[in-house]
Design a protein around this ligand. Structure first.
Ligand code: NDP
Ligand code: OXD
Length: 280
């Protein structure tokens, strides 16, 4: 955490909430992360301008991660890794990308570019958001009432949802059981690179054990680091990464913050502000 030239601006990423008590009246806060749950839970005044990170470097890293995860699951790489250990030559014939539907929960700064790259590869992509969208050619479902229709067409579910009061624990057994169970992939898959708190983790574990889900690639967890006793660690159908999907180049992030501060000091509105009433 840095205090920058003017004493009224704080840049923080998961700062100790005591910091905000130490400097209780900043003019603005600029977060070094894309997710802002750490700021929402810090109890900042709701009228305080808070800018979050939306940066091409961070976005592209997330695009890389989600594309990797979808290809890893679709192309059955888990099985090849196991086969290699046993010196087993066992080619499989995965379906074409166009026969696989990918559903992205959260079509914001990160979700949209992921959807576009996946569509360029050939996947049948759709998104799910809070408020209806008209500015994209990718089919986007909105709100609780369209969630069922979105899930029923999805083979690989990708979550890039923020952690908010509405999304907490919302991805649960009922979510996984609604996913498409077509013969194409032999069962649905789940990728989580948003926030672990959006998932009811015991349901996720049970669904992976029972075959409701065929497999998962997980970057984020309810508790991080993922506790050693978590059943997820030893599941052969789960690939775990340690909240590393989109760790950005500190130089790129610093440049963004410096630009934002310069604009703010010229009296321009802060880009990518946090809406405390929505929680993201
Ligand atoms: P944005 O705020 O740009 O997008 C959030 C998306 O989630 C929006 O499309 C929004 O809908 C949707 N959403 C929010 N609440 C709901 C809800 N209740 N129901 C349906 N949809 C909802 O965020 P970003 O794309 O920049 O980042 C997303 C998250 O990714 C971050 O909050 C962070 O938690 C996580 N992240 C993880 C990283 C990692 O390394 N694993 C790195 C960076 C971020 P609408 O469009 O209608 O507003
Ligand atoms: C972020 C993250 O929100 O790294 O930026 O998770």
């Amino acid at each position: 955490v840095d205090r920058i030239a003017e004493p009224y601006i704080i840049c923080s990423w998961k700062a100790d909430p005591r910091l905000y008590k130490q400097f209780p009246k900043p003019t603005a806060v600029f977060s070094l992360g894309a997710g802002v749950d750490h700021l929402v839970s810090a109890g900042l005044p709701s009228d305080l301008p808070v800018g979050r990170m939306v940066d091409p470097d961070l976005t592209m890293r997330m695009v890389e991660y989600v594309t990797f995860a979808v290809l890893y699951l679709h192309r059955g790489i888990t099985q090849y890794v196991a086969d290699q250990r046993e010196r087993r030559w066992n080619p499989a014939a995965p379906p074409a990308a166009s026969d696989v539907s990918v559903g992205i929960m959260g079509m914001g700064a990160l979700g949209r570019p992921c959807a576009e790259v996946l569509r360029a590869i050939g996947y049948d992509v759709a998104g799910w958001v809070r408020t209806p969208k008209r500015d994209t050619s990718i089919p986007v479902f909105a709100g609780e009432q369209m969630l069922g229709a979105f899930l029923q067409r999805t083979d690989i579910l990708v979550s890039l949802l923020p952690n908010t009061p509405e999304t907490g624990g919302m991805i649960r057994r009922a979510t996984f059981t609604m996913l498409r169970r077509s013969a194409t992939l032999g069962g649905p898959f789940f990728v989580n690179a948003g926030r672990g708190q959006t998932v009811t983790e015991p349901d996720l574990v049970a669904c992976l054990q029972e075959g409701v889900l065929k497999g998962a690639v997980l970057d984020v967890f309810a508790r991080e680091p993922l506790p050693a006793e978590s059943a997820l660690w030893t599941m052969v159908n789960v690939l775990i990464t340690p909240h590393a999907a989109a760790d950005s180049d500190p130089k790129a992030l610093s440049r963004q913050i410096m630009d934002s501060i310069a604009r703010f000091e010229r009296g321009e509105p802060i880009a990518h502000t946090v809406d405390f009433t929505r929680g993201y």
